[in-house]
Write a protein that binds this ligand. Structure first.
Ligand code: PMP
Length: 420
């Protein structure tokens, strides 16, 4: 093909070694060698505008994070069973961003681990084993978490203790409809003998295709969940750390109080760290009944990275930046929607934006979405796809994005749409 000899050789080497579990983006995979801010640099000297990667949320190769990691790794790094200033300082700073009853954090290495712990907290707290999730949700890769990730098992039956309901996307009273679906799913879990232990939702509904409006729509489902004696678990792996532009956490937009909050991805700007935030009593019952140890979770280097991330978010005003640049981005996309029929609903909050790509009669068009994503790649811009039909453009850049970058993107998308 037209991959180029160097890229083709790299693809071949990956196949020979990493093999079956290796999934690459794009018909023409990217061979990246370095990065800075919102830009990725490739082996052939190219430069790509990154509107996809939420892990390096305070910017690729952020200097403050890089320095904090280098200093800490040269000073001390070890497993987690000693006293460490940097770890305790981070825990203090992190918990200060949560409402009062959420007063403890257990550190993990990944979002999957955090959700795995969350499921166990809910099972222990309620004595029940059933969970409600959304139809195209992804919550991680452990055995238990795969069971509550319908997007990982397309076409396969759900586990007996799991119910999947439609994501709260669409017209009318989405909050009411969502809560009614939770109620029906909870009843079904009761009837099957599993009982309703928890509602687990990504509060921006990333893999379901992004659901953000109206703010507050999750409140009714959270109240219902609590009324049924179950836990509300907010998976903040995607919306957390300021992405939605309305405070640090996605659940804040909904005016609700989760029982358990799970964290990951942007937490260490790429240094692995995740966490589970909950009331002390929940974590105490869990620790006493099953015990918990995580060798690397929140180690000194991870904590140093995460502390630098919080400093960057606060000192550079990145939550406000997400709100303002995100608003500008949605305006630009809606403007394009008036010119091109393929652009349907534009949704999102802050710098998490979803765009429906539609065909005749407004039907989801995954092929057209894929053409646009590959067309943008050919114009050196990276975005992704989401949604149960794969037709939602997923735009989720580092939070240091500026308006001039949005202009580059909107012009390129316009050109792709004109190219057909
Ligand atoms: N929850 C959500 C909402 C996610 O998007 C992901 C990762 N895509 C995870 C959990 C799992 O995180 P990790 O890959 O760090 O295990």
């Amino acid at each position: 093909g037209d991959l180029g000899a160097e890229t083709a050789a790299e693809v071949e080497r990956r196949k020979r070694t990493i093999g079956p579990t290796s999934v690459l983006f794009y018909e023409k995979p990217l061979h990246v060698v370095s990065a800075e801010g919102v830009w990725l640099h490739t082996a052939d000297g190219g430069r790509f505008l990154d509107l996809y990667n939420n892990v390096p949320s305070v910017g690729h190769c952020n200097p403050r994070v890089a320095r904090a990691v280098a200093d800490q790794v040269a000073t001390l790094n070890i497993h987690t069973r000693y006293l460490f200033d940097v770890v305790h300082a981070y825990a203090d700073r992190l918990l200060a961003t949560f409402p009062a009853p959420l007063d403890r954090v257990a550190f993990t290495c990944t979002g999957s681990e955090a959700n795995d712990v969350a499921l166990r907290l809910a099972t222990i707290a309620t004595g029940r084993s059933g969970f409600v999730v959304t139809e195209a949700a992804y919550h991680g890769n452990t055995s238990a978490v795969s069971d509550v990730s319908p997007s990982s098992r397309p076409g396969k039956a759900l586990a007996a203790h799991v119910r999947a309901i439609p994501a709260p996307i669409g017209k009318g009273d989405v909050g009411r409809r969502f809560a009614e679906n939770v109620r029906a799913a909870a009843e079904s879990l009761e009837q099957s003998g599993h009982g309703f232990a928890g509602l687990l939702v990504d509060t921006i509904f990333s893999s379901d295709g992004i659901a953000a409006d109206p703010p507050g729509f999750l409140r009714e489902a959270a109240d219902l969940t609590h009324g049924l004696g179950a836990l509300f678990i907010a998976d903040e792996v995607q919306p957390g750390f300021g992405r939605t532009g309305a405070g640090m956490w996605g659940f804040e937009r909904h005016g609700l109080l989760p029982d358990v909050v799970t964290l990951g991805k942007p937490m260490g700007n790429g240094i692995p760290i995740g966490g589970v935030v909950a009331r002390e009593d929940l974590l105490k019952d869990f620790a006493e009944s099953v015990g918990y140890f995580n060798t690397f979770g929140g180690n000194p280097v991870s904590s140093a990275a995460a502390l630098a991330v919080l400093d960057e978010i606060e000192q550079r005003g990145l939550v406000a930046n997400a709100a303002s640049v995100g608003g500008y981005l949605r305006d630009g996309l809606r403007e394009l929607g008036r010119l091109h029929e393929a652009i349907g609903d534009v949704r999102g909050a802050g710098l998490y934006v979803g765009v429906d790509v539609v065909g005749a009669g407004g039907a989801p068009d995954a092929q057209a979405a894929s053409r646009l994503i590959n067309g943008l790649r050919d114009r050196n811009i990276l975005i992704g796809a989401a949604g149960g039909f794969g037709n939602v453009l997923k735009i989720r850049p580092p939070l240091v994005l500026e308006r001039r970058h949005v202009d580059i993107f909107v012009d390129a998308l316009d050109a792709c749409l004109r190219a057909g």
